[in-house]
Write a protein that binds this ligand. Structure first.
Ligand SMILES: Cc1cc2nc3c(=O)[nH]c(=O)nc-3n(C[C@H](O)[C@H](O)[C@H](O)COP(=O)(O)OP(=O)(O)OC[C@H]3O[C@@H](n4cnc5c(N)ncnc54)[C@H](O)[C@@H]3O)c2cc1C
Length: 294
């Protein structure tokens, strides 16, 4: 039977380290515990919030009125069989990559610097270095209060940093198709990609990854923010990274409100200079939103 904890701070579940209390938290370890938690939330009229590593998430300082789910146990296990890697929705990308390497399976190296879980990767269609989840995902087992079903990549509606999954749909398991590759080559690729990351991004700070999506033109969001003079701008405990302007760092005592205030100013200044309305990449949870620019 799944146990419920109360008052756990989202700050403990997110990489930026901000956010108030969750109304309730459950850590299902099996598919039946997950289904039980989903039915419980439905019967109580509670919203669901799945948190993977919280690496793309900003939660309201006032807290979140939802049943927060963290997938553990069997729902975070990873197995390989021939060219298929099967992972629980709560399995971290680091563990998936480690298993793929051990099995001599390549194709997941692009995710080496994405600090999330399999479920978070599907939901965000996470990606880097011209590859994303849609390149490797075969299908995902998706649970709701009404039932559980395998959805194909097409049914998941994967687009740039987006899927068609709703907040009630929980990715319980995924299947990735990888390809045979010598472990030494996987190691070499990962080392190169990690070195590139460290040179350009604040990998040793508390952040939630990219703040804004790239708008699709010649300039990326980071370049626009930098050219708008935002590097190093600080509000409260939140700072726009001096290394990469599309990251907000928690300098020690940041609140989510500090991060939002920086995002509001950043969007306004980029709009003023480039006429571009930046769209957030980070997922907001709880009663927070960015005001419209006009
Ligand atoms: C230093 C750093 C670097 C990053 N670099 C990249 C990058 O290169 N490319 C990139 O795309 N992202 C990057 N990110 C952002 C983030 O790591 C990815 O979006 C990641 O896939 C989020 O996974 P997560 O498990 O942490 O999801 P969370 O942040 O916990 O959640 C994100 C969203 O996914 C949902 N979700 C989580 N788990 C599930 C599940 N099992 N079922 C259904 N929905 C779920 C949540 O409810 C939420 O809506 C970076 C973040 C950091 C901190």
């Amino acid at each position: 039977m799944v146990t419920i904890e109360h008052g756990v701070l989202l700050a403990r579940l997110t990489t930026i380290g901000t956010g108030g209390p969750a109304r309730a938290l459950a850590r299902p370890r099996t598919l039946s515990e997950l289904e039980e938690a989903l039915r419980l939330a439905a019967s109580e009229g509670l919203e669901i919030l799945v948190v993977g590593l919280g690496s793309n998430m900003l939660a309201a300082d006032e807290g979140v009125d939802a049943l927060v789910l963290r997938l553990e146990g069997e729902l975070a296990e990873v197995k390989t069989l021939e060219c298929l890697l099967t992972a629980g929705g709560g399995a971290t990308n680091a563990v998936c990559l480690h298993r793929a390497h051990a099995a001599g399976l390549g194709g997941f190296e692009f995710a080496c610097a994405i600090p999330g879980t399999a479920g978070g990767g599907v939901r965000m269609n996470a990606g880097a270095y011209e590859r994303d989840w849609s390149d490797i995902l075969v299908r995902a087992l998706v649970a709701t209060a009404e039932g559980t079903d395998w959805l194909s990549r097409k049914e998941l509606g994967l687009e740039y940093r987006h899927s068609s999954l709703s907040t009630e749909q929980v990715v319980a398991r995924v299947e990735y198709r990888l390809e045979p590759c010598a472990p030494v080559d996987i190691k070499q690729t990962v080392a190169e990609l990690v070195a590139r990351r460290k040179a350009t991004q604040p990998t040793n700070k508390r952040t939630f990854g990219s703040v804004f999506k790239n708008p699709g033109g010649e300039l990326g969001a980071g370049q626009m923010l930098e050219l708008s003079g935002l590097k190093g701008r600080r509000i409260g405990g939140a700072v726009i990274s001096a290394k990469h302007a599309n990251f907000i760092e928690n300098a020690g005592d940041a609140t989510s409100a500090d991060c939002i205030a920086l995002m509001v100013e950043a969007r306004w200044r980029v709009h003023e200079r480039f006429g571009v309305e930046l769209e957030r990449e980070v997922v907001f949870t709880g009663a927070i939103e960015l005001p419209a620019l006009t």
